[in-house]
Design a protein around this ligand. Structure first.
Ligand SMILES: [Zn+2]
Ligand SMILES: [Zn+2]
Length: 143
């Protein structure tokens, strides 16, 4: 895959680059991602924040309080509404970017499904993928 990867919202007001290789994608079936996407969930790449660069525009931020009590910042285009990325208030060094906003797909694969316990009955989950009923074990905290 070529880096940097580029992406944008639907209207093009927000553009970004990611300068780390992405091969694995993760689907989140949580109820917040369902509401935010209007679909079965969100398809994401987890990347270091330092590799993600907004090159045009300023996303709007919605602060969503998760059932866990943690706050998740959801960044989206204020003009067209495309969700772009999200970030936990407690883990600023990691970003979760919506893979459907990438300009190209490269050879990425969906390897993991999380929050499967709230997956919509009409959604499909590849039985060969890694699955977590809720949030998978958080990466080691680097505070
Ligand atoms: Zn837009
Ligand atoms: Zn989610």
């Amino acid at each position: 895959m070529t880096t940097p990867l580029t992406g944008s919202c639907l209207c093009g007001a927000i553009r970004y680059t990611i300068d780390t290789p992405i091969t694995e994608l993760r689907i989140c079936h949580c109820t917040h991602c369902q509401k935010a996407s209007g679909a079965g969930g969100s398809v994401n790449a987890v990347v270091p924040s330092a590799s993600f660069h907004i090159t045009q525009g300023t996303p709007k931020r919605f602060d969503a309080r998760a059932d866990s009590g943690r706050t998740l910042y959801r960044f989206f285009c204020g003009d067209c509404g495309s969700p772009i990325y999200s970030q936990r208030a407690t883990t600023p060094d990691i970003l979760v970017v919506r893979a459907g906003t990438f300009d190209g797909g490269g050879d990425m694969k969906i390897t993991t499904h999380i929050w499967t316990r709230s997956a919509r009955p009409w959604d499909t989950i590849d039985p060969a993928s890694k699955q977590f009923p809720g949030q998978p074990d958080a990466p080691p905290a680097r505070k």
